[in-house]
Design a protein around this ligand. Structure first.
Ligand code: AMP
Ligand code: MG
Length: 442
């Protein structure tokens, strides 16, 4: 495949992050770790960050098509915005003199937005001007029309004091010519699109959407719409993961559901690797007798780790396989629905974002007192489903963990608006103790 690999400028930021993590954790990312050991969430993130890179190709798209796409260029403004001094008010543009205390002005012209006028306004004169109108030569302040009194047909009197520069939006005040407005890797928001349009741009270079392959595994899985047989449950994870991927801006190849058979899993991975940049599998990644995903990963390529010290989500495999001239990244998510969703959010999505050329995003966390005791044993980092409590102004004041924290109870995650993050070595938490809260984007 003819792929143009884009070097990521923001890899510097990631390297910094890795260095800091290493210092804190005193782990070497390069250590040849035994696959059978638990690694921490940070170690998992560092190891994956080192293994993935931005692989997305570049395309030129119209502003209309650029929403939520990562920029593949740094944008410097070709013009001043606004391009000329203009009025911020409907009022009068004055030739204001600091020496005189004159409050009476002769109105000599009228200026509408988009209809500049060439005359020069002399001392003692003013021009009626509308919002956005170009400030005429000679004027150095605008007074809003509510602050003047009409004197006859052609004069006004100021009823409030005016300062030099009042109500004038200076040329380049918003964005100066040559100024860097957005840097490579920025995920474009609707407001960003407006800023780009204000520069007169019609198209921008963005990274192409990555293609992610997905399938679920499990002999017990029936598809929604089918009648459940004894021992079956519905495959809730595949629609959920597909929706999460779509929501995050990826193209998805849905390879369906596969029985618990190693060869079938291997051949589905091989097939997907022809067209996909990464593959997400779900289920069968643990140590059960019918758990074949980890084995399939290691027989096809390399498996870096498959146990992370987190709850939910202990079994989570990360690996890669080479297909012709490209490397395809493999994420083996656990089958329990809450574990699937949480490992997607915490471990998988940040890596897919890096691969797709996006700048690393900072997470908005907060500390809140819990209004329930929380049980926990040291050994894994917990992500407990919870609800943020707010006062009458909407300010978060406390957090309530749900009573049911089973990794099979997906409805609790649907109703949660945050996860309480409890550190690996910490044990239970008492009422009113502050905890780290990670709001969940819905
Ligand atoms: P596994 O990770 O395959 O050991 O599965 C762990 C638990 O998650 C089992 O109870 C499975 O039945 C359940 N599970 C696995 N895959 C799915 C899925 N796609 N949708 C819903 N539940 C699943
Ligand atoms: Mg299974």
């Amino acid at each position: 495949m003819n792929r143009k690999v884009i070097k990521r400028v923001h890899s510097k930021t990631i390297s910094m992050l890795v260095i800091v993590y290493n210092k804190i954790l005193r782990v070497s990312v390069a250590v040849n770790c035994d696959n059978d050991i638990f690694i921490t969430v940070e170690q998992a993130l560092i190891r994956m960050t080192n293994a993935v890179r931005s692989i997305a190709q570049v395309e030129n798209v119209s502003l209309e098509a650029a929403l939520a796409r990562p920029l593949a260029e740094t944008i410097c403004s070709p013009i001043n915005v606004p391009p000329y001094d203009n009025s911020a008010m409907d009022g009068y543009a004055l030739n204001l003199s600091t020496e005189s205390t004159n409050t009476r002005y002769q109105v000599v012209s009228q200026i509408l937005a988009g209809r500049p006028c060439d005359i020069k306004i002399k001392s003692g004169e003013c021009a009626r001007i509308m919002t956005g109108g170009k400030i005429p030569a000679g004027c150095n302040a605008v007074i809003m029309q509510e602050n003047v009194r009409q004197i006859g047909d052609s004069h006004i009197e100021l009823t409030k004091a005016v300062q030099l520069g009042d109500n004038i939006r200076k040329c380049g005040d918003d964005i100066g010519e040559g100024q860097t407005i957005f840097t490579l890797g920025r995920k474009l928001s609707a407001i960003d699109i407006g800023c780009l349009a204000s520069l007169g741009l019609t198209h921008v270079r963005v990274f192409k959407r990555l293609t992610i392959g997905i399938f679920t595994t499990g002999d017990e899985l029936a598809q929604p719409g089918e009648k459940l047989q004894a021992g079956q449950i519905y495959d809730s994870n595949r629609p959920m993961l597909k929706a999460l991927l779509n929501q995050a801006g990826f193209d998805v190849v849905d390879a369906g559901v596969i029985q618990d058979e190693k060869e079938a899993i291997k051949s589905r991975i091989k097939k997907l690797s022809e067209t996909c940049d990464a593959i997400i599998t779900c289920g069968g990644v643990s140590v059960g007798v019918a758990d074949y995903t980890g084995k399939a990963f290691s027989e096809l390529g390399e498996i870096d780790f498959w146990k992370v010290a987190m709850k939910p989500g202990k079994p989570f495999a990360f690996g890669k396989i080479n297909h012709q001239h490209k490397t395809v990244i493999l994420f083996g998510l656990p089958g329990n629905p809450v574990s699937s969703a949480v490992t997607f959010e915490i471990l998988t999505l940040p890596m897919l974002r890096l691969m797709s050329g996006q700048q690393a995003q900072s997470t908005n966390t907060l500390y809140l007192p819990t209004n329930q005791t929380i049980k926990k044993r040291p050994g894994r980092r917990d992500y407990q489903r919870a609800i943020i409590q707010r006062n009458e102004y909407g300010t978060p004041v406390a957090v309530t963990p749900f009573a049911k924290q089973s990794s099979g109870v997906l409805s609790e995650l649907a109703h949660a608006d945050c996860l309480i993050v409890l550190e690996k070595e910490q044990d239970g938490v008492e009422v009113d103790q502050y905890v780290l809260v990670l709001p969940v984007a819905k």
